[in-house]
Design a protein around this ligand. Sequence first.
Ligand code: NPW
Ligand code: K
Length: 589
Amino acid sequence: MHLVTAEEMRRLDCITIDRLGIPAVALMENAGRAIAEEIIAFCNRRGKAGMAGAPRQGGGAAHSSAPLDASAWAAGSAHGEPAARSGARGVAFAAGATLRSGGPGGGPASPPKLTISGDAALMADHAESEHWLVLVGKGNNGGDGLVAARHLREAGIAVSLLYAVPPESLTGEAALQRDAAAAMGLPAAVHGGGSPVFAGYSGILDALLGTGAAGAPRGVYAELIAAANASGKPIVSADIPSGLNADTGETHEPCIQASLTVCLAFLKRGLLQYPGAGAAGRVVVRSIGIPAGLAREEGLSAYWLTPDVLEGVLGVDVRRRRAPDGHKGTYGHVLVAAGSLRMSGAGLLAARASLRAGCGLATWAVPGKLLPLLVGAAPELMLAGAGGEADGTWNAAAAEEVLKLAGQRDVLAIGPGIGRFEDDKAWLKAIWEGSECPLVVDADALNILAECDYGSWRQRKAPVILTPHPGEMARLAGVQTKKVQRDRIGLALSFARERGVTLVLKGAHTVIASPDGRVFVNTTGHPGMATGGAGDCLTGIIAGLLAQGLDGAQAAAFGVYLHGLAGEKAALLRDDPASVIASDIIEAL
Ligand SMILES: NC(=O)C1=CN([C@@H]2O[C@H](COP(=O)(O)OP(=O)(O)OC[C@H]3O[C@@H](n4cnc5c(N)ncnc54)[C@H](OP(=O)(O)O)[C@@H]3O)[C@@H](O)[C@H]2O)[C@@H](O)CC1
Ligand SMILES: [K+]
């Protein structure tokens, strides 16, 4: 699924309107109807759970668990809520009548059976117990809310409108919807300042600000957002939570904390990036008549990383089929240069993870003094000494040994647990310039790299994959960590392009940026994976995939995806995400 910025969304809107001739008001109708359908499904779910009218915990804190987010999107973004939408809603009226005759298998004809289905998506189970307040902004987001209000009313749900600004200030399609709502007799008021009273409503539709918003919500908008959050009522946001930066995921002060966001046409980048991903609650992407193929035609290249994207965009065989006549040489040989006396585990984790990712062979290079201590640590691994005979730490001269070993292997992964040592920059430069296989750079090797002028080093032919966490990224980019987190997609993309590397920016919803301008956001995994050694496993997994012939972007994206999935599996086995440790991730691969 494509991810878009607000600007790109406007472009796709315009193309649909201008080139295809679909009127803007038709898109708005589709948008409003989709929002109404999702609110009705929300109400029906709530009704089934026996909580009609009850607010969501504490006024809409975000979903806390990433795996839930991912699966919720997977379910909701297609044609979710089967029970509520298409389930046994009984016989209805009007459209879609089909006549069936004849018994099963062409047997004796039973009396003709008339099957008629109605507009199930717009039927509320307990409409009488619902009363929604629609907060209407001045732009098209407000217009979407007005359309939704009409459909909710049609479903028998009481609806009231609260305009942020005098309705006369609405223009274009939004003004048309204002008039339609008025003609339908929907009760409306204009926010008069202060704190509006939300008692008596069962939910709030936030249609204040969408992709046309600029900066922090001002004046009456800020008042309404703060009051809605404080009300304790469930909030459904139209397109994006008002107060969210649709591109970066930054949340302004204040920003709606939604239970559900009905995102229109294309997934906005900001809904996948924290803290925005937290403010959005559950996200459902609904089609509104803008052809999905337009994004590809327009050359957009940011994606939510799903199996479809792995296969269709990146060309990865997600089933990881192996040749029936393959042997260990077919699947490549990884060299992991990692670990030192105090942090040998980092190297062990990376090397073991590379094997679990499916490479044929893995050699683990460590400072020589450690070799005898590691014999048998992982019988599947080959061991090699590289310097450090005296004290078990790395030294600059060890680069020569690493290069010799790398010359006979398919991939080199460096960094986990190596620490800092004298002349480590010379060590890294020698490896960077001297190795001819794909290179994965992690942990301390990234900190060393951040102090090097590697733009002036000899160009590498084989790909480089950097796997920084936000702190390491900050050092690499020479900015504050806060700035890294402010626009993770934007920063990863520009860094990958400028430096000609594949970048894996770790953290909640890891971003994978490729030097050719493609960017992928992963949502597998969970906060329990924030545990020592999890990053070392990822390094090993990516190296293991590279050894099997995947290119830099394929290995990085698929590696991140599998790593998260393994973390989810490990959490299920442990019954608690917080108990997951790095070895569990390897065992769950
Ligand atoms: N185009 C289409 O075909 C489709 C569009 N769609 C929908 O339209 C939405 C985008 O609509 P949009 O462009 O009208 O912008 P939107 O976010 O509603 O409001 C902008 C208004 O708010 C104001 N304002 C701005 N910043 C502010 C701030 N910080 N604090 C306070 N006020 C602020 C600003 O007013 P101004 O300050 O300029 O007077 C401006 O007029 C999109 O998210 C989707 O929901 C869908 O229906 C699909 C079809
Ligand atoms: K909104």
